[in-house]
Design a protein around this ligand. Structure first.
Ligand code: 5AD
Length: 430
């Protein structure tokens, strides 16, 4: 049991990736991963603090783990991720059975916390050790690759600048080397603001990086998350236009459709500017789809402001939308912008927004019926082992039948015959 570990991960892709790094580092040190926490000698909770709800979950999980530790005695518990960064020492005050607390800046410093040399590691070391060959990637077809960490945008609602620190881009050549070494056909470049990327060595920008990764042999599909609307530029658009293996799909969080609220959020664009950016991208790449994030109930959001979010979602016709009630985060500037919108009103707005988007998404999925879409094969279907599963360019899951088993990671044409709730169904074409 000594050398076994269990990791639980909440939150964004960056956290997923940090867990892949931790897991890989542990395996290199002779640990074995277990899927049942009761069999683990080391339990890591990789936490998220983007909204209050995620944070509460951590402490209730820690309550459960206290019992486990009481029964077992020898059990090491580590809290990692953004709650670790945000709460630091306070976690061990509130939950003394926690052995160490390690923020996202310290993922490369696992030895120091495991040995007990560091109990609370929440600084951002200058030298961000990054052993990418030791990543434990869960997918045989897809590799997530960090290109930058942290964020300099300081949106007034957001905790990320506190939990993940200032923006640091990785050298261009390191990113390319990692993509090549991954051997995966699908690459997802990750960062809080990927399109603010700047190579610290050569100064090359995100568009240049996109183009270079797209041109690597064997990269069948290239995605990236998350882009900031104010950082979209011609070089990024041109790279997308000129490389057919870059997804015709862009996640471009708008947060609100009201210019007044956008200003209060410090998003650095107006509604008009955002719509113009979308138009510019569509002009270069007509078949592109967008997805977005929206916050409802931000302090000062009136019914009219909210209706502008509705009308924007209607206007852009996003394929996917993630929407959240505003959640006040410790130390963020929005705390000084007055009280959040009444909770019942915010909930009702969220429901209306989801209803609107459901209809738009339905229409989109329905429009795929009868069409042949390129699908990247990910393996057998989860619900029906006689079927296969893959994803469209705009990231919808497709379950399909095929005359002969397709190769994992291959790109196939699938004729869509059914649009289910969130997924598509179809048949591979020759
Ligand atoms: N409250 C609600 N939603 C938030 N997000 C970020 N911070 C907050 C907050 N304080 C949402 C944004 C962001 C997504 C990852 O989470 O929409 O794009």
């Amino acid at each position: 049991m000594d050398n076994t570990y269990f990791i639980e991960t909440w939150g964004c892709q960056m956290n997923d990736l940090d867990s892949q790094r931790l897991s890989g580092a542990l395996k290199l040190r002779g640990y074995r991963r277990v899927e049942d926490e009761r069999e683990a000698g080391l339990i890591l909770l990789n936490t998220c603090s983007i909204r209050e709800k995620s944070e509460h979950k951590v402490f209730s999980r820690l309550g459960e783990l206290r019992e486990l530790k009481r029964e077992r005695g020898e059990l090491q518990i580590g809290v990692c991720g953004c709650v670790a960064q945000q709460e630091g020492e306070r976690i061990r005050e509130r939950a003394p059975w926690v052995d160490f607390v390690m923020g996202p800046g310290n993922v490369g410093y696992l030895d120091e916390v495991l040995s007990g040399a560091k109990r609370v590691a929440v600084d951002f070391p200058e030298d961000r050790r990054y052993d990418f060959l030791a990543l434990d990637r869960p997918s045989a077809t897809k590799a997530q690759v960090t290109i930058m960490e942290g964020c300099n945008k300081n949106c007034t609602f957001c905790i990320v600048p506190t939990t993940r620190g200032r923006e640091v881009s990785r050298p261009f050549d390191d990113v390319l080397a990692e993509v090549r070494a991954s051997g995966r056909v699908e690459i997802e470049l990750l960062g809080q603001t990927v399109n603010a990327y700047r190579c610290p060595v050569s100064g090359r920008d995100f568009g240049a990086l996109l183009a270079a990764v797209a041109e690597i042999d064997g990269v069948a599909r290239l995605r990236f998350m998350t882009s900031h609307p104010a950082e979209v530029n011609d070089s990024m658009i041109a790279a997308m236009r000129d490389h057919a293996n870059i997804s015709r799909y862009l996640h471009l969080p708008v947060q609100s459709g009201s210019s007044k609220i956008l200003r209060r959020m410090k998003r650095l664009y107006t509604r008009e500017k955002y719509v113009e950016t979308i138009a510019r991208i569509r002009e270069a790449i007509p078949e592109i789809h967008f997805s977005t994030d929206v916050i409802v109930g931000f302090p000062g959001e009136t019914e009219e402001d909210f209706e502008q979010s509705l009308s924007l979602v209607e206007e852009i016709r996003y394929g996917s939308m993630f929407a959240f009630k505003y959640s006040p985060r410790p130390g963020t500037p929005s705390l000084k912008l007055g009280p959040p919108v009444d909770d019942a009103i915010a909930s009702a707005r969220l429901t209306r927004l989801f209803e609107l988007h459901e209809r738009i998404k339905r229409e989109r999925l329905e429009s795929y019926r009868g069409r042949v879409l390129p699908v990247l094969v990910e393996g057998p279907s989860r619900n029906d082992p006689a079927m296969f599963a893959g994803r469209t360019d705009d990231n919808f899951v497709v379950n399909f039948v095929a005359g002969r088993p397709p190769m994992l990671g291959s790109m196939l044409g699938v004729r869509i015959d059914q649009a289910q709730h969130h997924t598509l169904r179809g048949e591979a074409v020759a």
